[in-house]
Design a protein around this ligand. Structure first.
Ligand code: HEC
Ligand code: HEC
Length: 375
């Protein structure tokens, strides 16, 4: 039952504003759900692009949209009066955003832009993808990654406050504001005109989102074992493939520092209890290739991270003993390691489609299918 002074109703939110709002909610939910699990990085990145696109649209719409979507009509300066009279009978009713809502929009848009920008910087630095691919170092990408997460948590907090505010305001004025953001209709004290719908722009927004999704994800439909992110082309070496690919994957030298390979090759007659029987010249050539492409050269994200997580005084012979590797794989169940398709931890190719290439892209990971292959 609406409060007595809210006798009328009118459309205050045009269609593009409402579509923006709910698509932004979806983009945020998807980014949140896919954060932290690298296998879903491409969904995370798409949600991020959608998020950024929507923010840019909203900034433009804040100048060109209908009356209540315009930033110049936001009652920012009335915030004090609004808050101090909120719990009294003198409280004001606003047609568009109330002052608290206006500030929420401002802060959420600003944080949203920051989170998008730090996301792009992380993607370009750590993953070597996106518009900033390789333009900044792994190191810088990694520090933007930390900011990306901190700002995202701030945003989550603000969204929480925004939702509480919407619930409080809905309750105080006895009108359902969530429904208003769906239908566009709000109760009003005076008779006012509906804002235009802007149907064509709304259709354009929905069509561009759908075509964005289709063009971003079509590889899953069209290509078998599709890998959304293809890494850099790492240098390969036939001799290395031949000498090291016989018993296990020929691990790309970028996975360990130069000193590890040198020690491993020097002790080749005692290679994990195997003798490699390599000739002297072969060893020299393998060493040259390994040193030139070792982890210190930061050819990929895993190279950089592996190298950073090994202490300078440590000379590891196993990739599977590197701290970074251990952390990344600690949640994998023991049954999976014992699965007939895996057998041992160093069998990277059982789960990483790009193991041979040495790139270990986040979105190229697959856990082996249990039910189908557990023979
Ligand atoms: C004759 C078979 C054989 C050949 C050839 C061979 N390896 Fe190995 N390698 C092994 C065995 C066995 C292990 C230990 C596997 C286990 O039990 O985890 C191993 C383990 C490794 C590991 C550690 C994997 C981990 O757990 O992180 C690396 C790195 C490695 N080999 C590199 C090389 C390189 C480089 C070459 C070529 C110069 C090479 N291997 C050639 C048999 C071989
Ligand atoms: C049993 C399957 C399995 C095997 C075998 C395996 N991995 Fe993984 N690996 C995973 C999964 C799953 C993840 C994702 C973990 C996550 O994101 O939390 C992962 C993550 C990674 C990452 C992190 C990727 C990134 O960019 O963040 C690297 C690097 C990696 N693995 C390298 C290796 C190497 C090198 C080997 C072999 C020595 C190996 N993995 C063997 C399943 C496996």
């Amino acid at each position: 039952m609406p409060i007595k002074y809210l006798k009328y109703s009118a459309r205050v939110w045009d269609l593009p504003t409402r579509i923006f709002h709910w698509l932004l909610v979806l983009a945020f939910i998807f980014s949140w759900l896919t954060q932290g699990d690298d296998r879903y990085l491409d969904i995370h990145v798409f949600a991020g692009y959608l998020f950024l696109g929507l923010l840019i649209f909203r900034l433009i719409w804040g100048f060109m949209g209908s009356k209540y979507a315009k930033f110049t009509n936001f009652p920012y300066s009335k915030i004090w009066n609004y808050l101090t009279t909120l719990l009294t009978t003198k409280r004001q009713h606003f047609l568009g955003h109330n002052p608290a809502g206006s500030w929420a929009v401002f802060v959420i848009l600003s944080l949203g832009l920051l989170v998008s920008i730090t996301g792009l910087l992380t993607l370009g630095g750590e993953e070597r993808h996106g518009p900033l691919a390789g333009m900044i170092s792994f190191e810088l990408g990694n520090s933007f990654h930390e900011w990306h997460e901190i700002i995202a948590w701030f945003m989550l907090g603000l969204i929480g406050i925004h939702i509480l505010g919407v619930i409080a305001e809905s309750w105080l004025h006895n009108e359902n504001l969530i429904k208003s953001m769906i239908t566009g209709i709000k109760s009003t004290t005076n008779k006012i005109n509906d804002v235009p719908k802007y149907g064509l722009i709304a259709i354009f927004m929905i069509l561009s989102t759908i075509s964005g999704i289709l063009s971003y994800f079509n590889g899953y439909l069209l290509i078998e074992n599709y890998r959304p992110f293809i890494g850099p082309n790492l240098l390969q070496n036939n001799l290395w493939q031949e000498a090291c690919g016989e018993c296990h994957l020929a691990y790309h030298p970028s996975l360990l520092p130069a000193r590890s390979w040198q020690l491993m090759l020097a002790e080749q007659e005692n290679h994990f209890e195997e003798d490699l029987y390599l000739e002297k010249e072969v060893i020299t050539e393998l060493q040259t290739f390994a040193v030139e492409n070792s982890a210190e050269n930061h050819l990929t994200e895993v190279a950089w991270k592996n190298n950073r997580s090994i202490l300078p005084e440590q000379t590891l012979l196993r990739i599977t003993e590197v701290d970074y590797w251990v952390t990344k794989h600690q949640t994998i169940e023991p049954e999976i390691w014992e699965h007939s398709k895996v057998n041992f931890k160093g069998n990277c190719g059982a789960c990483h489609l790009d193991a041979e290439l040495g790139t270990f892209e986040d979105a190229a990971m697959r856990l082996p299918d249990f039910d189908a292959n557990n023979d």
